[in-house]
Design a protein around this ligand. Sequence first.
Ligand code: PEP
Length: 249
Amino acid sequence: MHSKKKLIAGNWKMNGNLTANKSLLTAVVDGLNQAQCDVAVAVPAPYLAQVERLVSGSAIAVAAQDVSVHESGAYTGEVSASMLKEFGVRYVLVGHSERRQYHGESDVVVSRKAQRALAAGITPIVCVGETLQEFEAGDTEAVVKRQLAAVIHLNGHCISEIVVAYEPVWAVGTGRTASPEQAQAVHAVLRTQVAAASEHPDRIRLLYGGSMNAANAAQLLAQPDVDGGLIGGASLKAADFLQIIHAAR
Ligand code: PEP
């Protein structure tokens, strides 16, 4: 078992509005009590300022869902790491499977995004995971190792500062979860890989994501190499998100 605090990060995806955000976060802040884990919410960029205000003074950190590979300039629609930093962003998701799938993000792009985040003092939550086809072909290990190797290759000197989220694509938003044993097996592989590249391997947290919910969180989080969770759908319901937070100890 690793001694670091677990991290529970919500990913709202493209959901929310000013009214709903306020009631969700008010309820989560109220129910946090003495949470024993770190907590973050990854929100759509237009709501960063609102969410920063709503969580200020609480233990909840603000996260973004994406960051540009560019520093600044003529990149219409993009948001840079330094802009995120100005809004108090502590974590940013990079390489979420929906970005890889729908926006064609390659391993190299994901690695460069992680690099931009690190340079701005933001912790990248690097998402890796195999598709259903790759899972069925028995390629899980090879795929996640390739995805993580690209990030290590570009960011090796500060690899201890990243968070890794293992999210099997077949489990994201599908209601189908990896079993605790399946998650642990992949996490053990990722642990070995990052540990070999890091001077401070104990700092690196490995999250599981993919239909984690109030009912299955405790078992997943009890695995020795599962240091937290990345939660999509269940992070939009205060009671469910709080139950997951309180299962993380
Ligand atoms: C996610 O968006 O990272 C995720 C894991 O989604 P869900 O929990 O809804 O599967």
